[in-house]
Design a protein around this ligand. Structure first.
Ligand code: FAQ
Length: 311
């Protein structure tokens, strides 16, 4: 495949087969994938913080064990994704550095605060729900290592989504105060979750190229609509209201009409000016420098083991 060059790349993509790390690929494809996969990996790692905030305050041992496991899964997802990005010729150190110096981004959603326990339920239901709608099509993306990582990630995300929904269901059917807490969490997380899908198609800079290369399979707006259509009946079962007075079924379109999120707010948050951007990055920098001794110890151990093998 190497000798055939770019034409062969196009043939593989056209045939819906996978591009693998050793295949020749256009430089822009490689760079675009590094951008998206790295941003995705950083999101998983930064995404541990909002929920990490509630581990010590979970209302029962069972809920605590579940939340711990979920946050741990997110670390695992970050690691698969960094490994997938590394197959494109970047190192984990370079990716970490790009996050810490602000050259690479992470999802806007993790710059919002987790104010109450009900936020754990709302994040599972809405944030993991949005992540699944966005990621299931990525299991069929043209780059093999990314597509394969997504299969396992999606299986775990769907468990995360169900646990969040169940947790929110318990609160929604609990005392009036618990019910109010659940409604408040949904009110705060709804629009930031809709914004996770990115800018509207008319303003999405990467969509056309990414769809041509079969990295993206559906547009930002199509996935956002799919997510809304999925959430409305689920909200009814919860007995909670989605905070959009204009949300209604459109018989002609066969979809729900809804109010779009504030895309100016999305861009502000992406550029670093959301409610928790500074806190998230400060924490991440501190965790990275606090972990230096672990990296050094692992390196020293690996060198010793290598020397012992050679001896
Ligand atoms: N946040 O041209 P497009 C999770 C940027 S789920 C920040 O439309 P594209 C699981 C975009 O990068 C969250 N930036 O871009 C979890 C670009 O800027 P650039 C992570 C955003 O790539 C759950 C510019 O705007 N999931 O972690 C956002 O075609 C619970 C123009 O946008 C993924 O990353 C945003 N919301 O489409 C963990 C999924 N939206 O790079 C813990 C993979 C747009 O040129 C707890 N990624 N931007 O400077 C994707 O599917 C795509 O990259 C999109 C954006 C759909 C996010």
């Amino acid at each position: 495949r190497d000798l055939e060059g770019t034409a062969s790349f196009e043939a593989i993509v056209a045939a819906d087969q996978k591009i693998e790390p050793r295949d020749v690929m256009p430089e822009a494809y490689r760079k675009g994938l590094i951008r998206q996969i790295a941003q995705h990996a950083h999101s998983e790692i930064i995404g541990m913080q909002p929920e990490g905030n509630w581990i010590t305050r979970a209302p029962s041992l069972r809920r605590k064990a579940i939340l711990l496991a979920k946050v741990q899964d997110e670390a695992g997802h970050g690691l698969y994704l960094y490994a997938a990005a590394e197959t494109l010729g970047v190192t984990r150190d370079e990716l970490t550095e790009a996050l810490l110096n602000g050259r690479q981004k992470y999802s806007s959603i993790f710059n919002y605060p987790t104010l109450t326990w009900a936020d754990m339920g709302a994040i599972g239901w809405l944030v993991d729900g949005a992540a699944i709608v966005n990621q299931v099509p990525l299991c069929r993306c043209s780059y093999g290592p990314y597509a394969r990582a997504m299969i396992r990630v999606c299986k775990e995300e769907s468990f995360h989504q169900r646990q969040g929904y169940q947790s929110l269901y318990v609160l929604a059917n609990g005392s009036p105060a618990q019910r109010a807490m659940a409604q408040d969490a949904v009110d705060r997380w709804w629009y930031p979750s809709l914004a996770m899908f990115g800018p509207p198609d008319t303003e999405s800079t990467h969509s056309a190229q990414s769809m041509e290369w079969k990295i993206k399979r559906f547009s930002n707006d199509d996935l956002r609509q799919r997510f809304v259509d999925m959430c409305v009946p689920q909200a009814e079962i919860l007995g909670l209201t989605l905070p959009d007075p204009d949300l209604r079924w459109n018989e002609e379109r066969g979809h729900y009409d809804f109010t779009q999120p504030d895309f100016e707010e999305l861009m502000r948050v992406v550029k670093g000016d959301g409610p928790c951007n500074r806190q998230r990055m400060t924490h991440r920098r501190r965790a990275h420098s606090d972990g230096a001794w672990v990296r050094e110890a692992a390196q020293a151990y690996a060198e010793k083991a290598r020397a012992a093998k050679g001896a």
